[in-house]
Design a protein around this ligand. Structure first.
Ligand code: NAP
Length: 292
């Protein structure tokens, strides 16, 4: 389905599209024919990314310096996209912030710094876009980037875990509320994809990174192309019956933590032989006792 005209004539906004995952998704959507709009707080970063992606893909891309924590600024940005270019067809809620900290040491400002971007900001952008779709009687589709912590919670990143769970709740709630209006909402829960934002703040040392990869069943981090392909898949009209879903793309990382025996993937054949011998010895003892 990833044909070059998949998103021909489609207009898509990617928040935080100047860097990392957002940039990768913006580039892929342009390769597939979309007109791209990206926003972020740093105008220089947005302009550099736009020039790079336009040069690489030959597609059209527009930049919007905007702080999504400010509801009025978001509404103005979305209004201007509509006025100057035309209605958006899709939205990717990707902008976020995060850092690791002991929760007892977090200040209210530290909590708000994350919740204001992730929880509040994602709502402002989604609502500003959705209300225009509804007013115009047209459909649209939203993909939000969350984390697998929406299912498990996560220690040491409480503001992010709580806010991402809120986005997952928004995705499911609005899939029902706005479904009759032709608006689809889905979310992607990525595992570790190396980006500057993720690597610097979440796996800042080699030892932490090594441990993280050891806990992933596929024993590697994700490729940005894989993530961008999943976003394109979910946004495409071709899968127009999928809504309200949160889909993990994490090499099995969260399931490994969820089952109790994930660490056993580290065992050697010799370890397994020893375990088998021990189990057989226990079974033999049980049988002997039963026959007495
Ligand atoms: P990143 O490079 O730090 O991207 C975050 C982007 O959000 C930046 O472009 C940033 O631009 C923008 N942003 C932050 N605050 C903003 C605000 N107030 N208003 C507008 N834009 C804002 O990190 P990333 O790794 O690509 O993460 C992208 C998304 O993937 C996030 O939602 C993250 O939670 C999620 N995710 C990433 C991973 C991973 O392994 N990388 C794993 C799970 C989930 P400015 O600073 O210029 O505003």
């Amino acid at each position: 389905m990833f044909r070059a005209d998949l998103f021909k004539g489609k207009r898509i906004l990617v928040t935080g599209g100047g860097t990392g995952l957002g940039k990768a998704m913006a580039g892929r959507l342009m390769e597939l024919g979309a007109e791209l709009h990206i926003c972020g707080r740093r105008e220089g970063v947005l302009k550099d990314t736009a020039a790079e992606l336009a040069g690489r893909t030959g597609g059209r891309i527009f930049t919007w310096p905007c702080d999504i924590r400010v509801a009025a600024a978001v509404d103005e940005m979305i209004g201007r996209i509509w006025q100057d270019h035309g209605p958006l067809d899709s939205l990717v809620n990707n902008a976020a912030g995060n850092f690791i900290a002991k929760t007892e040491d977090l200040s209210p400002r530290g909590f708000d710094a994350i919740a204001n971007i992730v929880l509040h900001g994602s709502f402002y952008v989604t609502q500003a876009t959705g209300k225009r779709w509804i007013a115009a009687g047209r459909g649209g589709s939203v993909v939000s980037i969350v984390t697998t912590w929406v299912w498990t919670g996560s220690a040491f990143v409480i503001p992010s875990a709580m806010s991402k769970a809120g986005i997952a709740a928004m995705t499911q709630s609005l899939a029902v509320e706005w479904g009759p209006k032709g608006i689809r909402l889905n979310a992607i829960a990525p595992g570790p994809f190396p980006t500057e934002g993720m690597t610097k703040r979440l796996a800042p040392t080699e030892e932490l990174e090594r441990r993280m990869i050891g806990a992933i069943p596929m024993r590697r981090v994700g490729n940005l192309e894989e993530l961008a392909n999943l976003a394109a898949f979910l946004l495409a009209d071709d899968v127009g019956y999928i809504t309200g879903e949160v889909i993990a793309i994490d090499g099995g990382q969260w399931l490994n933590g969820a089952g109790g025996f994930g660490a056993l993937t580290e065992l050697s054949d010799a370890d397994w032989q020893q375990i088998r011998t021990a189990i057989e010895a226990t079974n033999a003892k049980d049988r002997a006792q039963r026959t007495v």
